[in-house]
Write a protein that binds this ligand. Structure first.
Ligand SMILES: Nc1ncnc2c1ncn2[C@@H]1O[C@H](COP(=O)(O)OP(=O)(O)O)[C@@H](O)[C@H]1O
Ligand SMILES: [Mg+2]
Length: 450
């Protein structure tokens, strides 16, 4: 469907100036077109990956700025990386240059010639946007950003003299609070739009969907954009502060910094960083998670950046790609970074037991594994990595989880299971040596006093 910016559209912005005719048109899919024209105060475009969600959100934002001169809007994404590489990038590709009066990259602020302004913000800490008075906002990948971020943004819609609206786009993440608000018990001012990946086939690489190879509940979510209940979860991860989510204490003293890598291409590649404290607790500090990340162009540079940022000493890598490990090792050496890259242990069931043990609450309520809230993809996998058999009672003890939603979690297993098993082995070796020494010392100590 051809969409012309200069079309009159009274539904969007009652206080807009007459739109100047623009020599720019977009061809939108039917659902993109409907979402761009949504009139509900709050709307969500739930869609499969590559279904054109970000494009629709961006077109809508551009129209809004154009039609509401002098308005202030906010475009947000879960992390800096997603904001920069996907959300803001799409907006800047679509926004006609001649509408831009200034673009302050360091501030993440674009001003249009009509006086409208838009701020680009990562919502890793939603409280950072408190204090703004917005006419509109758009949250991309909203289910990953979390419902709390959406709630905070809703409270910012109060620029005087403007009709306000907030919209979200994203692939669903289980039956969360977005599901509740938009589908289960939709409020009157909430509208849900849905786009399957197939609605955007002409704009995707050939065989995109077939290559993903998804099936079942995972395909319902990732390809059809449905809110899916994930049953039979592998890990009892509690995605809340006070549960398994926490930023590390600022005065933390780390005994070790390690990383885990799961190699992908059609599936996402994941590189995670973990810090170990002296109290046998592990803190996930950071994540890189991206589909179609080329090894030399994207993935290795990202791993080098993580190595520098966090002083990673050992990368435990998926053992299935020895050449990738060699390439990483070479890159670390070339950059003079004192880090090694080794094969991770891929024993599935013992690995799952190690991670499950770390996640569980201890007697004092603390946990052995915390994940920083900014690691949105890892958190999302914890709430969707599942066994084929939902009921624990009916499950064979050797049943393997479904091979989906496991990229960050495989990287977790490679690093933590391998590293902790080595530590335990070293400790028991030490204990054995100490015991032998003690035995040798014993006869002397026990000599009868004359
Ligand atoms: N209406 C459209 N016209 C042309 N290309 C489009 C359109 N919608 C999406 N695309 C292209 O399809 C790809 C996926 O779109 P994107 O908006 O990034 O999807 P999503 O955010 O759902 O993953 C991108 O390359 C984008 O440029
Ligand atoms: Mg997108």
């Amino acid at each position: 469907m051809l969409y012309d910016l200069s079309d009159d559209d009274p539904g969007v912005a009652p206080n807009a100036m007459p739109a100047e005719p623009l020599d720019l048109c977009w061809t939108l899919s039917h659902v993109q077109w409907r979402f761009v024209h949504a009139t509900a105060h709050f709307s969500l475009l739930a869609g499969g990956i590559g279904s054109g969600k970000t494009t629709a959100g961006a077109v809508r934002a551009i129209l809004r700025m154009h039609r509401q001169p002098g308005s202030l809007g906010l475009i947000a994404a879960p992390t800096e990386a997603m904001l920069r590489d996907a959300t803001a990038r799409t907006v800047l590709q679509l926004l006609p240059r001649r509408l831009i009066a200034s673009h302050l990259k360091s501030e993440g602020r674009v001003t249009l010639t009509n006086g409208s302004e838009v701020l680009f913000r990562s919502i890793a800490d939603p409280d950072h946007v408190r204090g703004l008075n917005l006419a509109w906002f758009w949250l991309d990948e909203a289910p990953l950003a979390g419902h709390y971020a959406w709630q905070v943004l809703k409270g910012r819609l109060r620029q005087r003299g403007y009709a306000t609206a907030g919209w979200a786009t994203g692939t669903p993440r289980g039956r969360d609070d977005f599901w509740r608000d938009f589908e289960q018990h939709p409020a009157s001012n909430h509208a849900l739009y849905r786009a399957a990946t197939a609605t955007n086939l002409p704009n995707l690489p050939e065989d995109f969907i077939a290559q993903l190879g998804y099936s079942g509940a995972f395909s319902d979510q990732e390809i059809y954009g449905l809110f899916t209940a994930f049953e039979g979860l592998v890990y009892a991860f509690e995605p809340a502060l006070g549960g398994n989510l926490a930023d590390p204490p600022s005065d933390a003293h780390w005994t070790e910094i390690i990383g885990g890598i799961d190699w992908g291409y059609t599936n996402p590649s994941a590189a995670l960083v973990f810090a170990l404290d002296g109290d046998s607790r592990v803190w996930q500090l950071d994540e890189f998670y991206q589909r179609r990340a080329g090894l030399h162009e994207t993935l290795i540079p990202a791993i080098l950046a993580l190595t520098r940022r966090h002083h990673v000493r050992t990368w435990y890598c998926g053992p299935d790609e020895p050449e990738h490990i060699a390439a990483l090792r070479a890159a670390l050496a070339r950059e003079g970074l004192p880090a090694s890259a080794v094969k991770g242990d891929n024993s599935l069931i013992p690995g799952i037991q190690t991670i499950a043990g770390l996640l569980a609450p201890r007697a004092d309520g603390s946990r052995g594994l915390y994940v920083a809230p900014a690691c949105v993809h890892t958190i999302s996998e914890y709430s969707s990595y599942q066994y084929p058999t939902a009921e624990r009672a009916g499950r064979d003890p050797d049943e393997k989880p479904l091979k989906a939603n496991d990229h960050a979690l495989d990287a977790t297993r490679y690093s933590l299971h391998t590293h902790l098993t080595r530590l335990r082995a070293a400790e028991s070796h030490l204990a054995a040596i100490n015991a032998r020494l003690a035995l040798r010392a014993m006869p002397n100590e026990q000599e009868p006093v004359p």
